[in-house]
Unconditional design. Structure first.
Length: 254
């Protein structure tokens, strides 16, 4: 992003914050339901200094990040090779795609009762929900990447006498990488969002637990701080994956 565009983004954020402060500090909106930016800042400082319900804030952050990382890593590690195989094989595509198409529109919160019934309320259930979400998004994008490779490019490589392995490793896989990274970006972002739903499964730590507990006892500023932290960390995760994409798929936008 250029410096000019960065300044434009910063200006838009400042304008929203100013409007937020005006309507809350001016009494136009009840601060019990929409705290002012000052209230949020004060509550954030309290959470950093004292934690929430006896647990340091960084412990909640690390708990959510650990669940997200493990769940995303498990889901993506299965999704990438399976997606590549689905895109490469017409038969596999016909066999598996209907199930993926049926599962993808179902919101993850709908799986919570079944996950509790089958696997209980331990950490495995939370990680399973996150893994399933990342798996569905990454699989579809990896398969789309393979199927998007130009037929002319494949024929040109075959005319040079390359083997099937060489064709896959040096033509199909590199051409599919932009799609795979797009799937990883979406999968990571959605996995981080899903951690809130996953932590509804009898969690005693994590940002999702903190938000739900604070909402139950009407600690509204804590709810807003938790939501903002989820947004900021989600943005940071997306930026990290985007940086990796620029590093390893530098030809993607050319």
């Amino acid at each position: 992003m250029s410096w000019r565009l960065f300044r434009l983004s910063a200006l838009s954020v400042l304008c929203v914050l100013a409007l937020w402060a005006i309507v809350t500090e001016g009494g136009w909106i009840d601060r019990r339901f929409l705290p002012s930016p000052t209230d949020i800042a004060v509550q954030a400082a309290v959470l950093v200094g004292q934690g929430y319900i006896g647990t340091p804030l960084h412990s909640h952050l690390l708990a959510s990040l650990a669940r997200t990382f493990v769940g995303f890593a498990v889901g993506a590690s299965i999704a990438v090779p399976l997606g590549l195989a689905i895109g490469y094989s017409e038969r596999l595509h016909a066999l598996i795609t209907p199930f993926l198409a049926a599962l993808r529109p179902i919101p993850v919160i709908a799986y919570i009762p079944l996950v509790i019934l089958w696997f209980g309320i331990g950490e495995f259930s939370k990680i399973l929900l996150i893994s399933l979400t990342s798996f569905l998004y990454v699989t579809v994008n990896a398969a789309a990447g393979v199927r998007s490779v130009s037929a002319d490019l494949i024929r040109a490589a075959q005319s040079l006498g390359v083997s099937e392995r060489q064709l896959f490793m040096h033509v199909i896989l590199p051409e599919s990488l932009p799609y795979i990274f797009a799937g990883l970006r979406i999968g990571a972002a959605v996995s981080w969002a899903v951690v809130v739903a996953a932590e509804l499964v009898a969690a005693q730590s994590g940002l999702g637990y903190m938000i739900m507990d604070a909402a139950t006892f009407f600690r509204i500023p804590v709810v807003y701080v938790g939501i903002m932290l989820i947004g900021l960390i989600g943005f940071a995760i997306e930026r990290v994956i985007a940086a990796l994409e620029r590093r390893f798929v530098h030809w993607g936008n050319r």
